[in-house]
Design a protein. Sequence first.
Length: 565
Amino acid sequence: MLKTTVKVGEILVKSGLISDEQLAKAIEVQRGTTKRLGEILVELGLITETDIAVALGKQLGIPFASSASGLLARKGEGLEDLVPEDFARQHLVLPLSRNLRSLTVACVDPLDLITMDNLNRLTDCDLNVVVTTRRELEQAIDILYGKDSMFREAIDQSYQLVEELPTLDDEGLSLDRLKQAAEEAPVIRLVDLIIRQAIRQRASDIHIEPWKDKISLRYRIDGVLYEITPPAKNLHAAIISRIKILSKLDIAEKRLPQDGGFMMTLEDKEIDFRVSTIPTIYGEKVALRILKKMPELLDVAELGFSTTELEHFRKSIQVPYGLILLTGPTGSGKTTTLYAAINEIKSPTKNILTIEDPVEYRLDGVNQVQTKPSIGLTFANALRAFLRQDPDVIMVGEIRDLETAESCIRAALTGHMILSTVHTNDAPSAVTRLIDIGVAPYLISTTISLVVAQRLLRQLCERCKEAYEPVQEIRSQFQIAEELLYRSKGCEQCDNTGYHGRLGIFEVMTFGRELREAVAKGVPSHALKDAAIAQGMSTLWQQGLEKVRAGLTSLEELEGVVLER
């Protein structure tokens, strides 16, 4: 087994991959976190995972392995029984082959002597270590154990526990027994695996719903709900109670809706969960919103704007005053775009305040406030207080009423930048929505700087997408020239959905003199749309069709998301 006291930072400096100053900076950033030094160096852009693995291998005299060089566990040797899946995933180690009492294992951190010693004791084998990257190792673990084998096993086991735990229909169920059931190891493990499986499948929401004779478990992936094999119905009360305990909700209250949340650290990443329960005729339904802390998504250049639209957007958010509105249905990515804009313009020279319902992501250097209507902290009231805080930029989660709208207009008129959202189908309709709720058209025309309508389209899976020749009727109907289109047949990577991830399309409406005059006159939205198109605005449909032609999404997906052409 590997014996060394050399530190990874020293190895990387000795290999010439980083300098002493860069190492010191990474160590400073690492303080107060649970992240490994290598992760910090990768996040800072100083080095890649492969660089670290190769350098470790050379310095320690152990091989570097990748999928291209045979990083694959041998089947039929009982390796998955020798090293349990939960140990392999938790400690990032993978048994590759066994010869008598000699075991070859792949790992990310060969300097983690505690894990190596535990593995030695667990297997009673001498270890031959190879080093690889985290991504390669996780893929190899999925191949050996299966992507969701632990989850399937936990679901299967739930049907064996029906006699041990209370049922949903048990009216005489005591609070103590319910709490005891929620804290029993099988229930804790099941809830943990339901959450982990959702994150592994890139879900944004988890729905656990009771019906007459079963539980429904659904994950929302890329905006679409998918049925997942559910646990036994008799575990429903225990599962809901376990989630309530995590969220610090009242497990005895089943008649009224409750809202809460909790945070978990999974694979060294902090993830927030927003929890909502409601009473239904068959029991309590719970919905969990998964809020990953992923600052890499908060870059406006990566949201999906075309070159022209990105230029308009960036120019508008740098202006020191005015009103910028984002519009679209729930789940269209408006909040992400708002955060990206704030992330782009924040600096020590600007005082930025936000009022949100709820605060979904934490941004350093930004004063964020969550609404609390029960005590009078509404959007409008917070805005009035913000104006006494010497603000430069104010973000309002949503304009829902005349009071909030007038407060935003007043703030924009007095020299502040205001960013907010409204719920309309396209950019021109945002203006008419403000007029409909009572804002004077001349005030809107004076303050408004930009309106952005957006949608999210599911992106075709790169592994299984294929080109096809559309029939002539399709070409004529959608004005598609001779280019090929793309569709996906489904594969293991995309869970046979044909799609993996989402991309944004944007309708960016800028305001020149003619358009401002039209707004001041209170013209209807269709006339505003015609004027904006004449001024050069590209519609959501046109933007989406460009993504279809580029092979990024399918025509069927565009038709399902963008209803108006």
